[in-house]
Design a protein around this ligand. Structure first.
Ligand code: S3P
Length: 176
C-alpha cells in the first residue's frame, strides 16, 4: 500500500499476534519486517529469558530503549514490538514519531493462552492470574495511545491483517 507513509509499528500485550500478523502484514505491504526483541537478541547475543535471568528486567528495559532509538533509522518497515516496550514514559511518543502505531487489542484470557503456547516469556513466569490481570491493566493506558486500535478477539491472523490494512487505508486516506 503506497499510501501508508513511514513504518507501521505493532504494539500490544504478549500473545496479541504482533509477530505473526506483522510478518504477514509486511508481506502484504511489500515491506521488511523487524522485531524489537530480535534487534535486542542480535545485539546482546543472549536469548531474552537469559537476559532476564542473569541481569533482571530493568537491564532488559534498557536494551529496549536502545532498540527504540535504533528504530529512528528505519523508514518503511513493519515493526513488531515486545509487549512491555511501549509501557514506560516516553516510549509511545517515540514509537508514534517513527510511524503509524497500531494496538492489537485482545481478550486477556485469549492473549495469555496464546502467549503460553508460543515461546518462553519471563514476564509470565511465577505470576498469578491476579498479577497478570494487574499487569495488563497497567499497560492498557500506554497501548491506548496508539494511532489505531484493532480488535483481535476471536480473529485469525488473516482477519486481523485485513483489519489492520483497512484501518491503515482509512486513516491515511483521511489525511490526504
Ligand atoms: C515482554 C514481552 C516479550 C518480550 C519480553 C518481555 C513483556 O515480547 O519482549 O519477554 O514485558 O511483555 P512478546 O510481546 O512478543 O511476547
Amino acid at each position: 500500500m503506497r499510501s501508508v507513509p513511514g513504518n507501521v509499528v505493532l504494539v500490544g500485550f504478549m500473545g496479541a499476534g504482533k509477530s505473526a500478523c506483522g510478518r504477514l502484514l509486511a508481506r502484504r505491504l511489500g515491506r521488511c519486517f523487524v522485531e524489537t526483541d530480535d534487534m535486542i537478541v542480535s545485539r546482546d547475543g543472549r536469548p531474552i529469558p537469559e537476559i532476564f535471568l542473569q541481569d533482571g528486567e530493568e537491564a532488559f528495559r534498557r536494551l529496549e530503549t536502545e532498540a527504540v532509538e535504533a528504530l529512528a533509522l528505519k523508514s518503511d518497515d513493519v515493526v513488531a514490538t515486545g509487549g512491555g516496550l511501549p509501557c514506560r514514559e516516553g516510549r509511545m511518543e517515540a514509537l508514534r514519531a517513527v510511524g503509524t502505531v497500531v494496538w492489537l487489542r485482545g481478550d486477556l484470557a485469549e492473549l495469555l493462552a496464546r502467549a503460553r503456547r508460543t515461546g518462553q516469556r519471563p514476564m509470565l513466569d511465577g505470576r498469578s492470574a491476579a498479577e497478570l490481570d494487574a499487569l495488563y491493566r497497567a499497560r492498557e493506558p500506554f497501548y491506548a495511545r496508539a494511532h489505531l486500535t484493532v480488535d483481535t478477539a476471536g480473529q485469525g491472523i488473516d482477519q486481523v491483517v485485513a483489519r489492520i490494512l483497512a484501518a491503515l487505508r482509512d486513516t491515511h486516506a483521511a489525511r490526504v
